[in-house]
Design a protein around this ligand. Structure first.
Ligand code: NCD
Length: 310
């Protein structure tokens, strides 16, 4: 398995075996991620984080992961402080990062931006979200979370809920779950269904999929409920957002219909999709999911910068 120098643009660029290898590596890195051991694998290496869109977890967890591995971080969290405001193109910004670092983490509002960046860079580019496109490293940490909670990925029934049209986390996740033969149920408000292109893309895996607007009807069967935020910033018209905002809200009352070992996940940030009262129930896995970002992103950085040597 060859990871060194590879880009991480879309989850389907990886085979199931490669995904499992990343998750196994991540498992080994949990003690370091918790701060109980120090690592020097990426000493002298530099990660360049270019964030053209807001981020809390993704950027901070990448930066933390790189530093735990002994490496350094440069970059920006807000393009208004960079030469982008002077009219520099993405291609030129990426060329600079290429000269200054060992890997690039890019978040950008345009779908396809990470792929384009990888064409202008000799060092690996990691897609940390390209508009409504993909978010492959989020998917890796989501799979890691399911594996930790349930012991395995296969055999679970997963509901992907919320904004399936604009949500990039669910686009990547749908591909990965299909690859693992997981039964997927897509639940969204009307007009925010999973894009046909994704449905067509995953059909070749032969996975059983279902689409509905009725969450209550499918919740009792589910092992994993993956909740997402309505992506307000992607709506061309705010009126359309207001029509669907608040369609689904997970609270304790609703979870009475669920299996006792259902796990509720959310890539975060949440707005009002999950009531705070759920946080203290055993169903709540979204904060543990956020912690998974550290070992999983450590594994990704270690594999693509250092290679498989340990
Ligand atoms: C997600 C994103 O940016 O796509 N956040 C994240 O990376 N954890 C989800 C979202 O913004 O709703």
């Amino acid at each position: 398995m060859q990871f060194k120098g590879r880009d991480v643009i879309a989850i389907k660029d990886f085979t199931k075996a490669e995904i499992m290898h990343i998750l196994d590596e991540a498992e080994k890195l949990v003690p370091a991620a918790k701060g109980t051991t120090r690592m020097t694998n990426l000493e002298g290496r530099i990660l360049c984080t270019l964030f053209f869109e807001p981020s809390t977890r993704t950027r901070l967890s990448f930066e933390s992961a790189m530093q735990i591995l002994g490496g350094g971080v440069i970059g920006f969290a807000d393009p208004t402080g960079s030469s982008v405001t002077k009219g520099e193109t993405l291609a030129d910004t990426v060329r600079m990062a290429d000269a200054f670092g060992d890997a690039i983490v890019l978040r950008h509002p345009l779908e396809g931006a990470a792929r384009l960046a990888s064409e202008h860079s000799n060092i690996p580019v990691i897609n940390a979200g390209d508009g409504a496109g993909q978010h492959p490293t989020q998917t890796l940490l989501d799979l890691f979370t399911i594996k930790r909670a349930k012991g395995k990925i296969e055999g679970n029934k997963v509901i992907l809920l919320g904004d399936l049209k604009y949500g990039r986390t669910v686009h990547s996740m749908a591909y990965a779950l299909a690859m693992f033969g997981v039964e997927i149920c897509f639940v969204s408000p009307k007009g925010l269904e999973m894009p046909r292109e994704v449905i067509r893309g995953i059909s070749s895996f032969g996975t059983e999929t279902r689409e509905t607007h009725d969450l209550a009807g499918v919740l009792p069967e589910a092992d994993v409920l993956y909740v997402t935020r309505i992506q307000k910033e992607r709506f061309p018209d705010v009126e359309d957002y207001l029509k669907v905002a608040g369609t689904y809200r997970i609270d304790i009352e609703m979870l009475k219909k669920a299996k006792s070992d259902l796990i509720v996940m959310h890539p975060l940030p949440r707005v009002d999709e999950i009531a705070k009262e759920v946080d203290s129930t055993p169903h709540a896995w979204y904060f543990k999911q956020a912690f998974s970002a550290i070992p999983v992103r450590m594994a990704i950085l270690k594999l693509i910068i250092e290679g498989d040597a340990s």
